[in-house]
Design a protein around this ligand. Structure first.
Ligand code: MG
Length: 208
């Protein structure tokens, strides 16, 4: 159990991020926040807000703002018939997954409404119109190749020198999970990012 009430709360939010990886998000966010307070951070893929709180805790500590981007209708593997389908998150009015109300309640409960700003919509569309340099980018969106590569190509060029790139669901062994997050992680290394940490399937990289 964490002594920080915000991290203890984060661990209770429904979601797929293991607690040790969540705590690594907080630790690396805090580190980057100390180097450069008041930065602009972005997470892609929020689901019900578990990672949002782990990152938001660090954003609060450094006076940074965390933009949390998600269309909130779940990715491929969260649709009916797939592994991570959660029927109680379906909106009966249209039969689609809708994690936005749960995400909003999570952020409110964590007291992070003045630190976290939700962006609801397709990642590529937001990227085409939002051009702020990023101090920290967490890619945890869809795992389909086109989606993961679009997130990488659209957003990583915005990371400032010294900024951090965090990628979730990186599995070197194909038996453990899908390829695209691993492929974009390899691309980041080839593009000059330096790996600074690995916890579970989370990779933390730094732009030189
Ligand atoms: Mg993930």
């Amino acid at each position: 159990m964490s002594r920080d009430p915000l991290l203890a709360l984060a661990a209770t939010v429904r979601g797929f991020l293991p607690v040790d990886e969540g705590r690594a998000l907080t630790a690396h966010g805090r580190r980057r926040g100390r180097e450069h307070p008041g930065g602009t951070w972005l997470e892609i893929g929020a689901w019900c807000g578990r990672s949002t709180v782990f990152l938001g805790a660090a954003a609060r500590a450094s006076g940074s703002v965390l933009f949390s981007l998600d269309h909130h209708h779940g990715s491929e593997e969260q649709q009916a018939g797939w592994e991570h389908y959660e029927p109680d998150l379906v909106d009966p009015s249209d039969g689609r997954i809708n994690t936005l109300p749960t995400w909003q309640r999570t952020v409110a409960r964590a007291g992070l409404e003045d630190v976290v700003v939700g962006l609801v919509g397709p990642s590529a569309l937001v990227a085409a119109h939002l051009h702020e340099p990023l101090d920290l980018l967490f890619i945890d969106g869809g795992h389909a190749a086109d989606v993961a590569w679009a997130d990488y190509r659209n957003w990583t060029p915005r990371i400032v020198p010294g900024g951090r790139l965090l990628i979730h669901d990186v599995f070197p062994d194909p038996a453990d999970g899908g390829r695209p997050p691993y492929e974009i992680y390899r691309a980041a290394l080839a593009d000059g990012f330096t790996e600074v940490d690995a916890v579970g399937s989370l990779r933390v990289l730094r732009r030189s």
